[in-house]
Design a protein around this ligand. Structure first.
Ligand code: HSE
Length: 433
């Protein structure tokens, strides 16, 4: 069997996991790859005397890996945008294949990186960047290649899902976040997790590979989970829904929806059962119907599993000298369609609205009339006398699917009513029909 040489940049959570699994399962992986995958060089900006590298060459200069002529595959696990971009672009220029877990890098610089890689005849593989250990990019780019994909929706940030899950049991937000950080799930900057930026990176990649459009991260809409209250979690549950932080991408004739926000999902749907650090991605294809990919979205060896699957793919190319490869976004570059991201006013969704109303006659009628004037159909309404406080009562309404523009106008009018108090709480809802 031929040897394929791998150099790893970064020995953090995922780097350490990748080193361990590649070493532990070397014989099994060689059997699958049809070649021996040898780690010949490891670099980390921080000295890692604490890790036993079994004699593999180590350096604190990560560019040593991309400049080593003996390295066939560079595994980029340092994270971040700028140095990682330079590292990957240098690897490509040096004719090396790249495997990365860096979703931020791909979402933001992927168009440039893929173009350079195609020109150089190398592959930049990024399975581990999206939903950790779940092989969802492989499923979308290859397993569903016969389908027109209509929409993708997923729980694609483990930290956020862990927090929302624990909050259902009444735990405080900050407490749970700290625990997720200690377990190695959170990003270096955890606001990326809780504000939906990390999920938007992943959604951008999913949408591009699903619909065949260039990466457009800068146009993705993000709304985080930090303003979700236990009150709304409990009331959504009473309506038969659960609040999840979802990334949703929908392909329409006039553009694509690309949005990350807290979302009510029916408790009866499988995705409502996805708890803790687990991720799940739903994909609707015109031929297959609805499919769901479920598993660990973060963690050392779980993410290493996806990194190694990419290393195996690339090692087969290196060992066989094959020029056959799956295009980076699953579509030939000339087949990508320039569909723009739609503004949030143009998206379609159902809504959970919580209005604080003054407890007096006729208020409900006024609320209903504003909604009806804007063409908003009510699915259910909840108001409990036991929740009256200081003459105010929360009115909770679940709407049918409607254009966001109509809901924005209705909310403006509801907030202007003399019979309501404070802002209207709005959380989007999906039924996955
Ligand atoms: N911070 C990410 C998460 C890690 O919590 O899902 C995996 O991308």
């Amino acid at each position: 069997m031929k040897d394929v040489s791998v150099g790893i940049c970064g020995l953090g959570t995922v780097g350490g996991g990748t080193f361990n699994v590649l070493t532990r399962n070397a014989a099994l992986i060689a059997g699958r790859a049809g070649c021996n995958i040898r780690i010949t060089r490891v670099a980390s900006r921080r000295n890692r005397d604490d890790i036993d590298l079994g004699g593999v060459a180590f350096s604190t200069e990560i560019f040593d890996v991309v400049n080593d002529p003996a390295v066939d595959v560079v595994v980029e696990l340092i994270g971040g945008y700028d140095t990682a971009r330079e590292l990957v672009m240098t690897a490509i220029a040096n004719g090396k294949h790249v495997v990365t877990a860096n979703k931020a890098l791909i979402a933001v610089h992927g168009n440039e990186i893929f173009a350079a890689a195609e020109k150089a005849g190398v592959v930049v593989a990024y399975e581990a960047g999206v939903a950790g250990g779940i092989p969802v990019m492989k499923a979308i780019r290859e397993g569903l290649a016969g389908n027109r994909i209509d929409w993708i929706a997923g729980i694609i940030n483990g930290t956020g899902n862990y927090i929302l899950t624990e909050m259902r049991a009444g735990r405080a937000f900050a407490d749970v976040l700290k625990e997720a950080q200690d377990l190695g799930y959170a990003e270096a900057d955890p606001t990326f997790d809780v504000e939906g930026i990390d999920a938007a990176h992943k959604l951008t990649i999913l949408a591009s590979a699903g619909f065949g459009v260039p990466l457009q991260f800068e146009k993705a809409f993000t709304e985080g989970i930090s303003s979700i209250t236990p009150y709304d979690i409990a009331h959504a549950e009473q309506l038969g829904y659960r609040i999840k932080h979802l990334g949703i991408a929908r392909r329409r004739d006039d553009g694509i929806e690309l949005r990350v926000h807290p979302t009510l999902v029916p408790q009866s749907h499988l995705i409502a059962q996805v708890d803790g650090v687990l991720n799940a991605v739903l994909v609707e294809g015109d031929a297959v119907g609805q499919t769901m990919y479920y598993g660990p979205g973060a963690g050392d060896e779980a993410t290493a599993s996806a990194v190694i699957a990419d290393i195996v793919d690339v090692a087969r190319i290196v060992a066989s000298g094959s020029s056959l490869r799956v295009p980076h976004l699953g579509f030939a570059p000339e087949a990508l369609e320039n569909l723009d991201v739609l503004s949030m006013e143009d998206i379609q969704s159902a809504y959970y609205l919580r209005i604080t109303a003054l407890d007096r006659p006729g208020v409900l009628a006024k609320i209903a009339s504003i909604l009806s004037e804007h063409g908003i159909n009510i699915e259910s309404i909840m108001q409990k006398e036991s929740e009256v406080q200081d003459g105010r009562i929360p009115v909770i309404i679940l709407t049918h699917t409607v254009q966001e523009r109509q809901v924005n106008r209705a909310i403006e009018e509801l907030e202007a009513l003399a019979d309501t108090d404070g802002p209207v709480v709005r959380i989007r809802a999906e039924n996955f029909n």
